[in-house]
Ligand binder design. Sequence first.
Ligand code: C5P
Length: 291
Amino acid sequence: MTVRKNLCMRAYGKINLTLDILGRMENGYHEVEMIMQQVSLYDSVQISEKTDGPAEISSNCPWLPSDGRNLAYKAAEAFARATGYDVPVKIRIGKYIPVASGLAGGSSDAAAVLRGLNILTKAGLSTEELCKIGRDIGSDVPFCITGGTALATGRGDELRPLPPMPDCRILLAKPRLSVSTPAAYAEFDRAKNITHPDTASCIQALEHGDLAALAAGMHNVFEDSSPIPEVEKLKQIMKEHGALCANMSGSGPTVFGIFTDESAVLKARAACRACAPFVFYCRPAARRRGG
Ligand code: C5P
């Protein structure tokens, strides 16, 4: 009897504690400076060997593409190209991170496929080698491979690990709309009156384990260039319910609020549910052991 191998990976989402855009690079991408934080909300990514054929993707989400438009599929192809380990696999994604929400769900699924195939095939790639494959799939994929708390620069794929975010409660709320990342960058190029985050003071706050100072310095420039009324409303609700701060993640539209008080976050969650279809309460996730 043939024993087929399979394994199940957790693909954690991320939030941007700060997001700054410093300019445009020669390759057309924007030069960013962002403090990224992995959170405990995750998709499950099950990878099973099959006998032959191209990668097969399925999920619990009817509108998720199962072909080359899916970043998990791209990751399986990129891994085979880069390593020569072309193992036929079925990939089953349990999608719990909302799609196109600014939480890097698709990038994290791709990162989980790269890490999973590295284990399954015993290819023995280092974290740096996996990140090198990942950056061609998407700018956020390297961070999703390393996780924890990090400063991302360049196009978002150059990473410096930072001290972990102090433990807290993080409320996520995604309004009923989608944002195109390229369109958000294009709007930024046309925008005036941008307030830039004080990234250095946020890094210092992380070094001192000072959650209040960290929260005080957080900002996302996309909130200035592409203001979204639903985002403003959710931010206001979270602040009224005791959030230390409330900001948009990535190019949006998910809002995250930072709380220290359990009863406050539960009340804020109930209030956000009145106007957002996806509301979830989670915590910061630690950097993965071994990289
Ligand atoms: O790298 P990723 O595929 O996630 O980027 C999606 C799009 O977002 C890019 O094609 C580009 O238009 C824009 N982008 C950018 N600068 C970055 C990251 C993304 O202009 N640093």
